[in-house]
Design a binder for this molecule. Sequence first.
Ligand code: 5AD
Ligand code: FES
Length: 356
Amino acid sequence: MAGPQRWTRPELMELLDIRGGLSRQELYDRADAVRRERMGDAVPLRGIVEFSNICANDCLYCGIRATNANIPRYRLDDAVILDLARGMEGQGQTTIVLQSGEAPSRDGDAALGRLVSRLKAETRLAVTLSVGNRPREVYAHWRDCGMDRYLLRFETSDPALFARLHPDCTLSQRLRCLGDLLDLGVQTGGGFMTGLPGETLSTGADNILLCRDLDLDMIGLGPYIPHPDTPMGQSQNVHVLDPERHFVALAATRLVNPDAHIPATTAFDALFPGTGRNLALTRGANVFMPSATPVARRPEYQLYPGKPCLDETGEACARCVLGRLAALGRQVDQGPGHSRKPGRAVSGEGAVGRGN
Ligand code: 5AD
Ligand code: FES
């Protein structure tokens, strides 16, 4: 039997440059077939709680950047988060994703470790954190508290573009964090935005190859959307005239990373209201992340405009996702939704580690 195709950059650039409607549909169908064969039809549901919008960084594209004075800053109490987690369990979700701005502090990081321990003790949920760059010791501590997974997008594989977008961080620091997480045995997600101003076709190909070379367990990607209250408010997405290209990138990411969990991210719904995430689930994505962030806080966590579900409660999103899956003939995954990478199977519910 022939081994899996080892994609090269030129091949991938050619794939990303597909223009014809028919051949794009062929690419989507291929990605969907690979998704079905490797990840199955069951969709893991990971409820996301955006628990704080406090951020020390000033990423040029992001609506919750430190110097955006137009939003009130919040942090949810642990009691509220624990309540949301119990609600998720009742709705068939098996992972809680805790995301916030990047605001490292000794006390805050210790408090987050205690919250992870409580979530593991009081619920059966797998716990994913997504709170930015930290020293290896902090990641190790959170893992010891029971953290199962971590999400940290590298945003772009182009070091010079990364530097222009991130005054507080370099690509090599970001990759150091991802390397630490993988090395610590934490199931690790990375990913990128598609159509960032200044990216080229070869950046797009390299983004996908970097996911493969890092051997990520999870890959989050979605269109870059200009936010008016940022320095990039007037910087259009490079695919503005051909937004289908975001789906082409998604489908290509599935072909090159057949065993990775790939969520249908909310930015697809922002660009294609009401349909984006459903289409993503038929073009390579296999995971859905319903929002459980309290409605009153949702406008304050607008990383980009047009984020969906602004007025929907956690229950509404949980119900909505069931309708979406039913319409697509897919089911809710009953399992914990751990990494599917060969050799990294984890044993037991909520078990930590990538397979060691
Ligand atoms: N458009 C699209 N995605 C964005 N993110 C942040 N700002 C934007 C934007 N303006 C994404 C980044 C980050 C994730 C949490 O949200 O990729 O990693
Ligand atoms: Fe939130 Fe549909 S997913 S309302």
